[in-house]
Write a protein that binds this ligand. Structure first.
Ligand code: MRU
Length: 316
């Protein structure tokens, strides 16, 4: 069965708590827009498109409860600053409210459109992936990060189902371990061959000729093709360029912030240092050592071979 990160059941939002994966599959019942905001902020749900879809349902819950639209909008907006899909979805819901549209229909449309965009990107992207390719990917960009199928991992899925005999190197993705906990879990469910690697392995594997291409998602893309994505993406782009390996970004139109230019227009989320120093309740660093936890970095267009969107392939 296809993996789903959330379900709207007509009354409230059912959300798979991604913090508990892969050990436990726990579903949360989100009945209030503030529960939705907390789930986004605390990363029970994560991945730019999934955040956008869930925020749309959060907005619907707030309006149905008779809350002030501006308060609902701002509360949901102030959860995570980098993923553009969040702002895009909330702006669309606010506009739908102002235009007197059916908000439930609008939120469902956002979800369905994202799923269809993923399928289309999968189809287009798979054409770029050679037979028996060894793909390296970072973070989780699969069904868990979207309305279903996935962006970069969606391309992997489509290539796999096209019979291309794909193998995936899965960056573990410190500190949240989206790669080892979530991407590996999804690949295992699909029966796609893979191996988890520590984030620092990529360069050596590339040098040994063991990586054919890099596929990553995006949290925000500026008008001039600067790409914000999970911290570590920029380093991979530099390594790929140095080794002559294609570096592909896979993202729907809803990730493009057409009002921004260059890297200074993108706000990079900084999260708590405790998330770096403590893993699942176990302290792995001295309490008194400070740590820096940037959640994203920015890859410049000159390091990107192509951006795969649902409308076509862009060569920045
Ligand atoms: O902090 P996260 O887990 O929300 O970060 C997710 C990513 O960086 C993904 O690569 C990005 O959102 C694209 S997901 C389709």
């Amino acid at each position: 069965m296809e993996v789903k990160a959330f379900y709207w059941n007509g009354e409230y939002l059912e959300l798979l708590d991604q913090r508990e994966l892969p050990e436990r599959e726990i579903w949360l019942e989100l009945r209030d827009y503030t529960d939705v905001a907390k789930a986004i902020k605390d990363m029970a749900v994560r991945g730019a498109p999934a955040i956008g879809c869930v925020a749309a349902y959060g907005f619907l819950l707030g309006i149905r409860a008779g809350e002030d639209p501006q308060r609902v909008y701002q509360t949901l907006k102030n959860t995570r600053p980098t993923a553009y899909n969040l702002f895009w979805a909330l702006d669309r819901m606010l506009k739908a409210l102002q235009e007197g549209k059916n908000l439930e229909e609008e939120a469902k449309k956002i979800e369905e459109e994202d799923y269809m965009a993923n399928k289309k990107m999968g189809e287009l992207g798979a054409q770029l992936i050679p037979e028996r390719a060894r793909v390296l990917t970072h973070c989780n960009t699969g069904a868990l990060a979207t309305a279903g199928w996935g962006t970069a991992l969606g391309v992997v899925r489509s290539a796999h189902y096209a019979g291309k005999d794909i193998f995936v190197w899965v960056d573990e993705t410190r500190p949240y371990l989206q790669g080892s906990r979530l991407t590996a879990w999804e690949l295992l469910k699909e029966g796609i061959p893979h191996k988890i690697i520590t984030d620092s392995s990529a360069g050596y594997l590339m040098r040994k000729g063991l990586v054919d291409c890099v596929l990553v998602g995006a949290d925000r893309i500026t008008r001039d093709y600067y790409v914000a994505n999970k911290i570590g993406t920029y380093a991979l782009s530099v390594l790929a360029k140095a080794h002559g390996i294609p570096f592909y970004v896979v993202a729907p139109k809803s990730t493009f912030d057409l009002n921004s230019h260059g890297e200074d227009d993108i706000k990079i989320e900084e999260r708590s240092e405790e998330e770096v120093k403590v893993i699942k309740g176990v302290r792995i660093a001295p309490n008194n050592s400070p740590a820096l936890h940037l959640a994203f970095d920015i890859t410049p267009p000159e390091n990107i071979t192509a951006i795969i969107t649902e409308e076509g392939i862009i060569k920045p």
